[in-house]
Design a protein around this ligand. Sequence first.
Ligand code: DC
Length: 235
Amino acid sequence: MVHGLGHNARMTTNAPVLTIDGPSGSGKGTISRRVAQRLGWHYLDSGALYRAVGVAAGWADLDLDDHGALVRCTFDTRIGFRDDAAGELRVLVNDVDATDELRTETAGAAASAIAAIPEIRAALKDRQRAFRQPPGLVADGRDMGTVIFPDAPFKVFMTASADERAQRRYKQLNDKGVSVTLDGLLREILARDARDAQRAVAPLRPADDAVHIDTTGLSIEDVVEQVLALVPREG
Ligand code: DC
């Protein structure tokens, strides 16, 4: 199924939302996907929207300092999500499967710069809220619990030490045959954290009512169980 993100917001509902915010590498992407699967809820990877705009801007050769052009690009870019046969989430940018390009450091850096532009955050707000559909939504990002779904009944703020996050990313890239240094990755992670936490709009910060989970030294399954324990289920 393709979840199209048209320009008109669909009606939002009162479906329950579990927000999972935190810095990159905290494990929230993997955990959010698994928790959504276990609950049978929809899943929103909000970072993919910012990355998709970054990739589209790169394709159009736009200057990251030209905010007007980037805002127009945000409105003009079609972003779609679908699950492939293996159950992996694929992201379509203007109908082209850009999943692999979205995961590159270049796309991440462009997304981080783009995410600091208030008009772009505003332009993506309704597209994110449109994911709130029955039976529920797991929303993964930086401002899910603070800005996009402040009324969400379940909120998590997930962290891990910068060293552990660098190690995880190092292993991921190494497994893919990409050669990087641990030191370089740690520096990039710290720089991205600082930019995401210090920007004027929707900086990375926990919602007052978020449950904090530090995933340092924990297995994915342990964290999934901790998160699931927050969501009461029937039966
Ligand atoms: O989660 P990620 O690494 O895919 O996010 C990419 C960038 O987008 C990251 O630098 C911060 C930004 N982002 C954001 O500002 N707000 C979100 N809800 C999600 C991501």
